[in-house]
Write a new protein. Structure first.
Length: 364
């Protein structure tokens, strides 16, 4: 999967946009007159002239340097049990998320997509992780404090408290060297490293120590109505949250209503102008142009809001089309998930066996 002729910045742009299929990429550009989709870059697998071969590509191309990596994407339905208590919801949401993951461009030949509950090694290793992490470490997790406070009057499960142990198992099972996360998830990678270090110290080198990796833009998208809080489906209102399946008109409407400030100067300043900075961050993630460069192209808030909404809507349109196609072929989705489960299960089984041997469990 190569993109001849694209500069490194353009490759990063494709990553930010999400690869829509293994062979089709959207190119956007922003001018003072607005956002243009530009053109579609089609990469033909046959490619008789070899124009898109690795040899002819930019040496710094992200795809050429990373398409051999083993990438695991787990649909974490077990984690969802901490917030789900209604029958038949998880199965429906699982297949919908699988369709979305493939729609945004995950290639099943490269990326291993699987359902967490289909791999029993996750829960087995999670218990070992619970016995390796301390009560105090779990008590200090920011997300547990925030989520439990929001549900103070509701049922707060023990799973919400211990789920970092299961998350550590999710990561360590696959010898993950890098874990792409948003800024708010860094603490979970840190506790995973701490658990792995402690286990390795007790029982010998067993687990790879992962590190968090965040994209240069879009690592923390903020709520459009409250730019000091992250965009989240758990917000009190969805007016400040853009969903991947929102209609284009709804997306543009949400951006036009985005909260900014009482000034009228477009500049990138997260502290003084969080609303404007959030819009610039989002537009940067879509276009591949730095927030600072984008700020120089605008003199009015309205134009920035309009262009940002149009760019996001244009980016999501082909993803939504592909999602609809996949949801109409659930048998194929099931087949892809079974392939992913087989690949993930093989790796997870070997890792769990390595942990058992390190501990010294009596063998079967």
């Amino acid at each position: 999967m190569c993109v001849l002729g694209l500069k490194e910045r353009d490759c990063q742009q494709l990553i930010h946009n999400g690869v829509l299929t293994s062979l089709r990429f959207p190119i956007y550009n922003v001018t003072s007159r607005g956002v243009n989709r530009g053109y579609w870059l089609e990469i033909d697998k046959k490619d008789p002239k070899g124009l898109y071969s690795r040899e002819n590509c930019n040496p710094s191309c992200y795809f050429c340097n990373n398409d051999k990596s083993d990438v695991f994407h787990g649909i974490v339905d077990l984690h969802a049990l901490t917030v789900t208590d209604t029958p038949d919801v998880l199965g429906k949401q699982t297949i919908e998320l699988a369709a979305m993951l493939f729609a945004v461009g995950l290639d099943p030949e490269i990326a291993t997509v699987f359902v967490q509950s289909h791999i029993h090694e996750h829960t087995e290793l999670a218990w070992i992780m619970e016995c390796t992490v301390s009560f105090g470490e779990l008590s200090r997790m920011t997300q547990f404090k925030d989520k439990s406070a929001k549900r103070e009057a509701d049922f707060v499960s023990a799973g919400l408290f211990t789920y970092p142990a299961l998350q550590a198992a999710d990561i360590l099972l696959y010898d993950a060297a890098e874990v792409p996360v948003g800024d708010d998830q860094r603490q979970h990678i840190e506790i995973t490293r701490d658990i792995a270090v402690r286990f390795n110290h007790r029982f010998g080198d067993t687990f790879v120590l992962p590190k968090a990796v965040t994209p240069p833009a879009g690592a923390r998208v903020m709520d459009l109505l409250d730019p000091t809080s992250k965009m989240s489906k758990s917000s009190e209102t969805d007016a400040g949250c853009v969903y991947l399946l929102d209609a284009p008109s709804a997306i543009e409407k949400k951006f036009k209503r985005a909260v900014t400030d009482s000034e009228n100067e477009v500049r990138y300043d997260r502290e003084a102008k969080p609303g404007i900075a959030n819009l610039l961050d989002i537009l940067s993630a879509v276009t591949g142009t730095s927030p600072q460069q984008l700020a120089d192209q605008y003199t009015q808030y309205g134009a920035l809001k309009s262009d940002c909404g149009a760019a996001v809507a244009a980016m999501l349109s082909p993803i939504q089309d592909r999602y609809t196609e996949l949801m109409n072929d659930k048998a194929e989705l099931g087949r892809l998930l079974r392939i992913g489960a087989e690949k993930a299960g093989t790796v997870a089984q070997a890792t769990l066996a390595r942990a058992h041997n390190a501990i010294g469990f009596y063998p079967r």
